[in-house]
Design a protein. Structure first.
Length: 171
C-alpha cells in the first residue's frame, strides 16, 4: 500500500504543471465510452478499465490499455502503454511503446522508443537513438550512448562488433 501512495505522490507532482484546459480525472471503459472525449487532456488520475485514449496525460495513468496520443508526464501503470512523447515511468507489464521521445524508465516485457534518455528493463528492448541503459534478454538500438546487458545486444551504428552477447556499449 505504501508503494501506491509513493507512485501517486510522484504522479501528482507531475500533474501540477498541466494546462488549465485539462480535466482532473478520467474514467474510461473503452474509447469512446469514457467521461471526456479523446481530445481532452487529463491532469490528475485516469482509470482505463479496458482502453483509454486522450491527447495528453499528466499524473497517474492506470488501466489495461493506456493510450496518450500526445505527451505522458507521470506514471503509467497497466498492461499496455502507448504514448507520443513521455517523461516519467511507463510500468506496463506487456508493452511500453513511445512513438517519439521518452525520458525516464520503461519496465515491461516489450519496451520501445524512438529517442530519449532512458532506462529500459524488460525481455525485449528496442530504440532508435538512445542515451541510457538496456537490461533484457534481447536489446537492440540504432545508435546509443550507453550500455546494454542481455543475452543478445545490438547497436547497429557501431563499426566494430555491433552484436555482442552479455554486454555491449557505445560512448
Amino acid at each position: 500500500m505504501k508503494r501506491v501512495y509513493i507512485i501517486g505522490a510522484i504522479a501528482m507532482a507531475f500533474a501540477t504543471g498541466a494546462g488549465a484546459e485539462s480535466k482532473p480525472i478520467q474514467v474510461s471503459l473503452f474509447n469512446p465510452v469514457q467521461m471526456f472525449d479523446d481530445k481532452t487532456a487529463i491532469a490528475g488520475l485516469r482509470v482505463n478499465l479496458v482502453y483509454g485514449l486522450n491527447t495528453d496525460m499528466t499524473g497517474l495513468d492506470v488501466g489495461f490499455v493506456n493510450h496518450a496520443t500526445g505527451t505522458l508526464k507521470g506514471v503509467q501503470w497497466g498492461g499496455i502503454g502507448i504514448v507520443g512523447d513521455g517523461a516519467g515511468w511507463q510500468f506496463n507489464y506487456l508493452a511500453n511503446i513511445t512513438r517519439n521521445e521518452f525520458n525516464g524508465l520503461q519496465t515491461g516485457v516489450y519496451n520501445q522508443l524512438h529517442k530519449g534518455k532512458s532506462v529500459q528493463l524488460g525481455l525485449f528492448n528496442f530504440g532508435d537513438h538512445m542515451s541510457g541503459f538496456q537490461l533484457g534478454l534481447f536489446n537492440s538500438v540504432e545508435s546509443m550512448h550507453g550500455l546494454q546487458i542481455g543475452l543478445i545486444n545490438i547497436i547497429h551504428a557501431k563499426d566494430m562488433l555491433p552484436i555482442l552477447p552479455i554486454v555491449n556499449w557505445q560512448f
